[in-house]
Design a protein. Sequence first.
Length: 256
Amino acid sequence: PGLKPTSGRITFAAWIRPHMVPDGWFIIYRKEDGNARQLFAIGGPGEDCGLWCGLGIDAGYVEIGGQIMRDDLLDGKWHHVAATYDGSDVSLFHNGRQIQKQASIEEGAGEYTVHRPNHWILKGTGLKKGEKFGAKDGIAGYECDGCEFVLKDGLPVATGRDGTPKNFEIVATAPARWDLEEGTLGWAHSIRSSFAMEKEQLVPSDLERDGNACVGTYTRGGTVATVGSCDWSDGLKSGNPVVDRIVRNIMERLST
């Protein structure tokens, strides 16, 4: 494959003639470089396989998938596959035809809203109830952890119905959406089936829903803290004072 980064632009391109397409992933190109991680692969379950790319760029880590039928890939011919990033969009191509395009900026505000400003995790941040933080760095994006909650007296309270400890104290939340835009229903099923659920429960309504990334803590034999997003480190990278202070609070609390 070719890799050409110039002025924030990236292109992957390869000629492939696969003799098999795994239900998992066959890596065409991979580079593990912290936040600049790069992956280019083919694969996927059943006939719903295709081309996939993951890029660590200024907007964070972005994933995109485009469908290519398994029979087409196994026709014995050479196939040209490519992925491009032009500074704003990531696109996938198969034999010169664009099969997917996605904006590199994650949908949503990418920020958290404070609900419990007096919690120790926010000590020294100066944040008040209802204030927001993290939008500039998009710290709530790409992949999030959340929980089912209800509002009681204006505050989010974990229900515990999804396996989250009932004593999980939600400090801040960020809106998030699980959808199918980056791949096929088959791909979504394969991801969702890794959870502890029966296959007959894997219905589209369960695969496309709105929720919230959650910053919070709970106690179970010890204190557990979560910031709810794998893009949190983007705030550390840019020197965001609120993100930095929260991490310091967690480290100081759990190291004593």
